[in-house]
Design a protein. Structure first.
Ligand code: SAM
Length: 283
């Protein structure tokens, strides 16, 4: 249930990946809520079970988690690092002003690709949370994810097998909570609730970074993996619902043109909003 149980003033229309209309976002989520399955963790929309079923059948490697686009991993990591560098230049995201250990959380981590290509380079400690056991096992067995033999001592610390709709980040543990290419698996209400729990997991000057595909408008339902691709406006609307601020959003560069546009959203608690230094870049 929505905690602010009034209908949204805005409306986003969806299509499935066969081009069929699936209605407005409100109507779509109401339908999703009706079809439920019962598991160990109680009753949940079958929307979730279908997503896990899909990923359980995918090879636990980079090409698997990127749907055959392993070659985008390098430009992805490059732009991730640039964003973090810029944030740290503004004193956020583990700028290490006080010399304490920096810690990041990799959400929907898959096989630990974001950790091994970027987070482990930049943070003393990284925790990973991922619902599919075979992905998490592959991550935990990968020396590059774990940080084995690194001269800087950076390490992956925790490997948590849990979906984001139930995961609760430890209070004030993280400088950066990184959510990449997985939030389309959450319903709007669970998405909002998860971001709010993330807020409580941030240290001072911590940030949430969400990196997602952008549909050109409304949303697109992927019938194969049971996720939705939201438009930029829809993602901003969700951030707005959390009561937090989008400090910056930035487009990924250097990806093949046939892919969706991909954006990184820097989300901060409202109290830490500062006008100076805020820039939104667009294509
Ligand atoms: C496209 S892969 C991206 C993996 C990783 N973030 C990356 O960029 O390499 C999508 C990931 O979302 C995970 N996922 C599916 N449902 C999820 C849920 N409810 N909560 C968290 N992650 C989920 C899948 O298991 C898979 O690892």
């Amino acid at each position: 249930m929505r905690d602010d149980a009034t209908p949204d003033a805005v409306e986003f229309r969806g299509v499935d990946d066969l081009g069929r209309d699936v209605g407005t976002h409100e109507a779509f989520w109401a339908e999703v809520a009706k079809k439920r399955s019962h598991g160990a963790d109680g009753s949940k929309p079958t929307f979730y079970a279908k997503g896990i079923e899909y990923w359980d059948g995918v090879a636990p490697d980079v090409d698997g988690v990127l749907g055959g686009f392993a070659h985008v991993s390098a430009p992805d990591a490059r732009d991730n690092a640039k964003l973090l560098e810029d944030l740290r230049g503004r004193g956020r995201g583990g700028a290490k002003a006080n010399g304490t250990k920096t810690t990041a959380l990799d959400c929907g981590a898959g096989v630990g690709r974001v950790t091994s290509t970027f987070l482990i380079e930049k943070f003393d400690e990284v925790d990973l949370v991922e619902p599919c056991r075979h992905f998490l096992d592959a991550a935990a067995a990968d020396a590059l994810v774990r940080g084995d033999g690194r001269a800087d001592g950076h390490r992956a610390k925790r490997f948590v097998a849990e979906p984001l709709e139930s995961f609760v980040p430890e209070r004030e543990r993280y400088d950066v909570i990184w959510i990449q290419w997985c939030i389309g698996h959450l319903t709007d209400d669970d998405f909002v609730a998860f971001l709010r729990r993330c807020k409580d997991g941030l240290r001072e000057n911590g940030v949430i970074v969400m990196k997602e595909n952008n549909a050109a408008s409304g949303f697109i339902l992927d019938l194969e993996d049971s996720s939705i691709t939201r438009s930029h406006e829809y993602l901003l609307h969700i951030i707005n619902r959390t009561g937090m601020r989008c400090l910056e959003h930035r487009l990924q560069t250097g990806f093949p043109p046939e892919l969706f546009a991909v954006r990184m959203y820097v989300i901060v608690p409202s109290s830490s909003f500062r006008r100076v230094g805020i820039q939104n870049s667009s294509r």
